[in-house]
Design a protein around this ligand. Sequence first.
Ligand SMILES: C[S@@+](CC[C@H](N)C(=O)[O-])C[C@H]1O[C@@H](n2cnc3c(N)ncnc32)[C@H](O)[C@@H]1O
Length: 227
Amino acid sequence: MHTPPETIVSADTPRGEIALRERPDPDGTGVVHELVVAGVFAMDSLDTTTETALALESLARTTSPERVLVGGLGLGFTTWQVLKDKRVRHVDVVEIEADLVQWGRLALAPTLGLVSRHPRVSVHAGDVGPVLRGEASPTGPWDLVLLDVDNGPSFLVHERNERIYRTDALRAALDRVNPGGILAVWAAQREPALLTALEGLAPTEEILLDVEREGRRLTYALYLTRA
Ligand SMILES: C[S@@+](CC[C@H](N)C(=O)[O-])C[C@H]1O[C@@H](n2cnc3c(N)ncnc32)[C@H](O)[C@@H]1O
C-alpha cells in the first residue's frame, strides 16, 4: 500500500494551488519530493531522467554553453545538471511561482535548495514568455535556452502557456540564442505540430525518451533547434 504524500508547504496563487510534498521512496531508504502546480501533480524526484536529458542533450550539442536560460525551476533537476558542466558560467532561471522561488531559497527540497542558492545561478520570479520575446529581464542572449514550463502545447497545465509555443514566440525565442546555440523544449508526449513549427524556423531534432511510471510506459519528447 502507498503511504500518502505529506505536504511540506503550500500556497494559493492566481493559477491555483502550488505545493511541495514528500513521501517515502519505494525502497524505504529516503524520501521522494513532489511538486504540485496549478493544483495538479507536476513532477517528483523519483525519476528525473528526462529533466536531466533536457540539459545533457543540449549541452552535448553546444561548443561553448557559457550562458544558459532555464524556463521553469520545478524541483531544480534541469538546472543542477546544467551546473555540473564547468563550461557554464551563469544560469538564469525564470520561474512563474514566486512562492517556489522562496521555497528554493529556504532549501525546502534538496536539489531545489542547491540550485537556488548556487553562486552561478540567478533565479527570477516571473513569466518566461515576455523574457523570450525580449520584453522583460533577464535579457540574454544565451547559448542555451531550455524550456520545461508545461507538458507541451497539446496538454497544457497553464492555458496561458499556449502563447509560448506559437511560431512567432518560438522565432522570438530563437533570436535570443547565440549562433550555434540551442533552443530546447521538453514535452510529456510527442508534439508533431511543434516539431513542424520549429523545423520551419531552423534545423530541429526530435528525441524520444521512454520512461516507466507506476507500471506504465510513457514516451516523453525533447525538441532541439539550432540557432
Ligand atoms: C515540470 S516543472 C519544471 C521541472 C524542472 N525541469 C526540473 O528539473 O525540476 C515546470 C515549472 O515551470 C513553472 N512554470 C509554468 N509556467 C511558467 C511560465 N510561463 N514561466 C515560468 N515558469 C513557469 C512551474 O511553476 C514549474 O515550476
